[in-house]
Design a binder for this molecule. Structure first.
Ligand code: CA
Ligand code: CA
Ligand code: CA
Ligand code: CA
Length: 377
């Protein structure tokens, strides 16, 4: 396009049959070449089978079904760590009276201690309990014995005193306040409760946004049948954690195992390719995708990827071809592509990736699945 413009109107047309579908909402996105993400343009007008929008910048635009694109980003993915170093973890444990019948055997203690005993050197843990009040039973420490001792002496409320009740918000807030500014440390909370709050001291939305802003990842576990599932799911998804439901106390064993395995995979890079096992698994299952929604390792068994560090054998490690990125503006964890980790000549120009100065020359690679559409201004 020649000349200088202040604004222009872009209009896309689409097959009007699509409007008969339930989950169809046409939406124009701008392809940001720096971040490789698609950005939804504001103030779009849909009329019959066309979508129009005014824009001030000229680049690549694409028309997509908003429902499908949003669907791609539905799953909870932990943010990539700055480095693979240490973790601070706070266990927040419900000791309200109802726990005396929901977890009479104190399986809470066994699973918490199991987790603590398997932490790596340099990791720190803390323990907070809550009922109507919240108590710090152990501040962050790398001394596993101190944590285990604190866990061993916790006991349930008797149901008939000034502190009887459930105030998860206070427990969570107390845990949040325990983190200091130790650098290069991942911050995690495991929040276990068996009931809806009888009292709410702190607004959950505030706690969630503060936790998210400070890169604190919260795993939530709901035990039994009187939990507020929607709340627990929301806390987890907005902080890049995960929600688990334990129907009975023995389910806590599986749930804590799952969280522990995720923790291990998050820090382990078995094939030394610069991508941790946690993210590799998400790439293979098609959950972790590029900014335009392209699935890079999908269909390839994880065992194949893990055999060596350079899947396509072009002399560049997988992790030097794609980077796991967190974009704070759009709150998305995605893959930024330098070159394809599954093709040794990404742009098919006859020059292999390891010596190609312009690996994405044809410039269409990133827009694999949602195909690029021409600007019609
Ligand atoms: Ca790896
Ligand atoms: Ca490679
Ligand atoms: Ca390659
Ligand atoms: Ca090439």
């Amino acid at each position: 396009m020649e000349g200088v413009f202040d604004t222009a109107t872009i209009t896309f047309s689409f097959n009007s049959e699509l409007l008969k579908l339930d989950n169809f909402k046409p939406c124009i996105y701008y392809y940001n070449e720096d971040t490789q993400l698609l950005e939804e343009l504001p103030d779009q007008t849909i009329k019959d089978n066309t979508v129009s929008v005014n824009t001030t910048h000229f680049s690549k635009y694409i028309l997509l079904n908003k429902y499908s694109y949003d669907e791609v980003w539905k799953e909870d993915i932990r943010k990539p760590s700055e480095n693979y170093n240490n973790m601070d973890i706070v266990f927040v444990v419900d000791i309200s009276f109802s726990m005396s019948y929901n977890d009479p055997e104190y399986i809470r203690k066994t699973v918490t201690n199991g987790f603590v005993n398997n932490l790596r050197n340099g990791d720190r843990a803390a323990l907070v309990t809550f009922r109507k009040n919240a108590e710090i039973k152990q501040e962050l420490t790398d001394n596993k014995n101190d944590i285990v001792n604190a866990v061993n002496i916790l006991h349930n409320d008797d149901g008939y005193n000034d502190f009887s009740g459930t105030n998860g918000s206070l427990g969570l807030y107390t845990a949040y306040k325990l983190f200091d500014d130790k650098v290069n440390t991942d911050k995690v909370i495991i929040f276990l409760t068996d009931g809806e709050d009888t009292e709410i001291t702190y607004d959950y939305n505030n706690i969630i946004s503060q936790a998210a802003d400070n890169n604190i990842c919260i795993y939530t576990i709901g035990l039994g049948s009187s939990i507020d599932e929607n709340l627990l799911k929301m806390i987890a998804s907005k902080t890049h954690g995960k929600y688990y439901k334990s129907d009975v106390a023995t389910d806590l064993i599986t749930d804590f195992d799952a969280i522990f395995n995720e923790y291990t995979d998050y820090y382990t890079d078995s094939n030394n390719d610069g991508i941790s096992d946690y993210f590799t698994a998400l790439m293979c299952s098609g959950v972790l995708v590029t900014g335009t929604g392209k699935k890079l390792f999908q269909g390839i068994p994880m065992s194949e990827i893990q055999k060596n560090s350079d899947y396509d054998n072009d002399g560049i490690k997988n992790g030097d071809e794609v980077k796991v990125i967190f974009d704070s503006k759009h709150k998305k964890v995605y893959l930024k592509v330098i070159s394809s980790p599954v093709e040794n000549d990404t742009d098919k120009d006859g020059v292999k990736d390891n010596i190609d100065q312009n690996k994405l020359k044809k410039d269409i690679y990133e827009c694999g699945d949602p195909q690029k559409l021409d600007l019609k201004a």
